[in-house]
Design a protein around this ligand. Structure first.
Ligand code: UT7
Length: 334
């Protein structure tokens, strides 16, 4: 069987840092509440006019290509997990491929909110495993600031901008994506959504006035579902593959809330040092969180490490992926 190995990682976060104290100047919140309830201290915002999701990922993909020593012309396929693409259409994949000169590639966007990266990674893996393609780029990214209401403290304190990209290639050994479990439940659409802008409610004066183009979240309901489902699916991928807590090198949980991540690690029987976090610096970048963890912690990883990537998000969508890491971080480390 051909396995899909992650052979390089790139990432990008905007330069502009918005701290909790900064947010508290224009919305009724405070650093103590945000830190204790979520673990977030600051987030990055892409505040340059005219710059969009694709622009962030041009940096990430170019970093990845440089690390791997290949060019954009080598890419076969580029899949983007995002809910904040540059346009409704064309796809952000098309835009990125044009901007980087990936003239031999095709691609598409995939909408699964916070699970966008793991859905896209599972999808990209299929094209390698069938033997059809040799170089597939999988991206998870969001510019959440584009759809946030900065008067709504229930959402604007949580999210940030950024994301990352991985290169998938046929594995030369037993490393690579080993297994995945992906799930969805569309009844969750009532608790985390952006109602206007699509075919259900096309943009109108009224939809703009009522601020319906922004993210709406019923935090507690989403929290309850996230805690249970992310923990369960992470335990499930372990039991399905006979992995013990000792076998798992690191858990890379979607960075929505440190309490959800802790519940997942507990359910898996992992000690806290095996749970990788960066929520304090970036907040919740939706599809961007897991690739940003890979990017931040790449140096730490060794060939053969067992990583469990887990996410829960809008849809509802959720799942876990077991990756056997393919290289020592120092080889291509930042
Ligand atoms: O990533 C995709 C999936 N999303 C998630 O997984 C997010 C899941 N949800 C959460 O992480 C949490 O529900 C939140 C962080 C969004 C909210 O935390 P919470 O502990 O569930 O707070 P809450 O909504 O129950 O609100 C508790 C209190 C309320 O005040 P009262 O009624 O107790 O007086 C809120 O009005 O905190 C208040 N509150 C705030 N206070 C200061 C809500 N937001 C804020 C805020 N600053 N930003």
């Amino acid at each position: 069987m051909i396995r899909a190995a992650i052979t390089a990682v790139g990432g990008y976060v905007p330069d502009f840092v918005m701290t909790n104290d900064e947010l508290a100047k224009f919305v009724d919140t405070n650093d103590e509440w945000i830190t204790s309830r979520t673990g977030i201290k600051e987030r990055r915002i892409l505040n340059i006019p005219g710059k969009a999701t694709s622009d962030m990922m041009v940096f990430a993909v170019e970093e990845l290509l440089k690390k791997r020593g290949i060019t954009a012309l080598d890419i076969d396929l580029l899949i983007v997990g995002t809910i904040t693409g540059d346009y409704i259409f064309p796809s952000t994949s098309n835009v990125i491929c044009d901007k980087i000169g990936a003239k031999n590639a095709w691609g598409y966007d995939l909408s699964a909110a916070c699970s966008g990266f793991i859905y896209a990674l599972a999808t990209g893996t299929q094209f390698i495993e069938t033997g059809r393609y040799k170089k597939v780029i999988v991206i998870g990214v969001d510019k959440m600031s584009a759809i946030l209401n900065y008067e709504d403290r229930a959402t604007c304190v949580i999210f940030g901008d950024g994301g990352g990209a991985v290169l998938l290639e046929p594995s030369e050994d037993e490393t690579g994506i080993q297994d995945f479990i992906l799930k969805s439940d569309g009844s969750g659409r009532n608790y985390l959504y952006q109602v206007a802008g699509g075919s259900f409610m096309p943009p109108s004066k009224e939809s703009v006035e009522k601020k319906l183009h922004y993210v709406h979240q019923e935090g507690q309901t989403v929290f309850k579902h996230a805690v249970v489902n992310m923990a369960e699916v992470s335990a499930e991928i372990m039991s399905k593959n006979n992995l013990t807590a000792d076998d798992v090198t690191y858990l890379l949980p979607h960075q929505a809330n440190k309490r959800i991540c802790e519940a997942t690690a507990n359910r898996m029987g992992l000690s806290s040092d095996k749970m990788l976090m960066n929520i304090e610096r970036y907040g919740n970048t939706t599809a961007g969180t897991i690739p940003l963890l890979l990017w931040d912690y790449e140096k730490l990883f060794k060939k053969g490490d067992n990583l469990i990537l887990s996410a829960f998000g809008g849809g509802f969508t959720w799942g876990s992926i077991w990756v056997k890491w393919a290289y020592d971080g120092s080889k291509t480390g930042k």
